[in-house]
Design a binder for this molecule. Structure first.
Ligand SMILES: [Zn+2]
Ligand SMILES: [Zn+2]
Length: 327
C-alpha cells in the first residue's frame, strides 16, 4: 500500500506503508479514487501552519469507495463516498448548536493528524458522506472545497441583481463565482492573475474581471474576500457599500488596518467563515446533482499520484485551479 508522506516541511515522499488492519466497529476502509490538492496542503508542505504535526501523511480532500466495513457501519461495500475531514467532539457548546465547524476540539486531518493521500485509508464512518450515483467522480472530488464556499456565501444573503465583488480567484473564489451567478448577482472578480480571469470566464461569460489596482471608487453590495493577504482584506473594506457586507474567507497572520470609522458609520457587516458542517456537504451535493450547474472549469487537471512532485509544484505556481491526484 503506497502513501504520500511528509517527513518535514518540503520533504514529501511516496513510500510503501504496511497493509492496513481490518476495519473495526464504526470504521470503514476506503480505496481512494481521487485526492484534491488544497491550499492548506501547500501550507503544510511549506511549513506555514504552526500546529501541523510532522511527520504526517497529508491530504484531506478525497473521494473513495468503501471496500470494507466494521460491524456497526450503516453503509454498503462499494458505496462511493467523500471524507468530511474535520473531526468534532459532538458535545461542546458549539457542536450542540450544530456549529461543528467551530468545535473547541476540531482536528483537521492531514494537518494535526494523518491525512488521506494514500491508496487505502481507514476512517470512522461518521466522517464519510455517500455520493449519489448521478454525480461523476470528477464532480464529487470538488464537494469538500465547494462546501466551504456554500457555508461562506450563505452568510451574505445574496439576492438577484446584487453587485458582488470576489477578491482572489483561487478555488474558493471561483466557486463563489458559480454560486453568485446562480443567485442572479452581477459578479466582478478582482485578481492579479489573468489566467484566473480566464477560468472565471469559463464559469460565467458575463463575469467582469479586473486587476486590484484598477478598481477606482466603485462600491459593491457584497464583497467576498478570498485572497487572504493584508492588501486585499483592506481593499474589501474600501469597496463595500454602506449597509453592505464582507464575507471573509481568506486568512493571514499579518496585521491588517481596520477602518473603524467606515465600518461603524456605514454599518458594514463583516462575516468570518470557516469550513462547513455536514449540512453544507448535503447542500453541495444538491447543487452538483443539477446537470446544468457546471463546476468543471475549476478542476484544472488530474494526474497520477506518482507525479505528486509536479502536481504540488503546479499547485504552488498559481496558474491552475484545483489539481487532483488519481490514486
Ligand atoms: Zn481543502
Ligand atoms: Zn465540539
Amino acid at each position: 500500500m503506497f502513501e504520500l508522506y511528509l517527513n518535514q516541511p518540503g520533504d514529501l515522499v511516496l513510500r510503501e506503508a504496511n497493509a492496513l488492519p481490518a476495519a473495526k466497529k464504526d470504521e470503514v476502509k476506503l480505496k481512494i479514487i481521487y485526492g484534491g490538492i488544497c491550499g492548506s496542503d501547500l501550507k503544510v508542505y511549506k511549513g506555514l501552519i504552526s500546529y501541523a504535526a510532522y511527520p504526517l501523511r497529508p491530504g484531506h480532500e478525497v473521494l473513495g469507495r468503501i471496500i470494507e466495513v466494521g460491524e456497526n457501519v450503516p453503509y454498503e461495500i462499494g458505496t462511493r463516498v467523500v471524507v468530511f475531514p474535520n473531526t468534532f467532539c459532538g458535545v461542546c457548546e458549539y457542536c450542540l448548536q450544530e456549529k461543528t465547524n467551530i468545535c473547541i476540539d476540531k482536528q483537521p486531518i492531514g494537518v494535526s493528524s494523518d491525512g488521506v493521500f494514500a491508496e487505502e485509508v481507514i476512517i470512522e464512518s461518521k466522517y464519510i458522506v455517500p455520493i449519489p450515483e448521478e454525480i461523476a467522480d470528477e464532480k464529487a472530488i470538488l464537494i469538500e472545497p465547494f462546501a466551504v464556499t456554500i457555508h461562506a456565501l450563505k452568510k451574505a444573503n445574496i439576492r438577484k441583481g446584487n453587485s458582488v465583488a470576489i477578491i482572489g480567484c483561487g478555488t474558493e473564489g471561483l466557486f463563489s463565482v458559480a454560486i453568485a451567478k446562480k443567485l442572479g448577482a452581477k459578479v466582478t472578480i478582482i485578481d492579479i492573475n489573468a489566467n484566473k480571469w480566464e477560468i472565471a470566464k469559463r464559469l460565467d461569460e458575463n463575469v467582469r474581471t479586473i486587476h486590484p489596482k484598477d478598481v477606482k471608487g466603485e462600491l459593491f453590495d457584497v464583497v467576498i474576500e478570498a485572497a487572504g493577504v493584508p492588501a486585499s482584506i483592506e481593499q474589501s473594506m474600501e469597496i463595500v457599500k454602506p449597509g453592505g457586507c464582507i464575507v471573509a474567507i481568506g486568512i493571514t497572520c499579518d496585521p491588517v488596518n481596520y477602518p473603524s470609522l467606515k465600518i461603524v458609520r456605514s454599518e458594514v457587516s463583516i462575516f468570518g467563515s470557516i469550513i462547513y458542517t455536514l449540512k453544507d456537504f448535503t447542500e453541495a451535493i444538491g447543487y452538483l446533482k443539477d446537470p446544468k450547474f457546471d463546476l468543471s472549469p475549476v478542476l484544472s487537471k488530474i494526474v497520477p499520484y506518482t507525479d505528486f512532485h509536479q502536481a504540488f509544484d503546479d499547485a504552488m505556481g498559481g496558474n491552475f485551479a484545483k489539481i487532483a491526484l488519481k490514486f
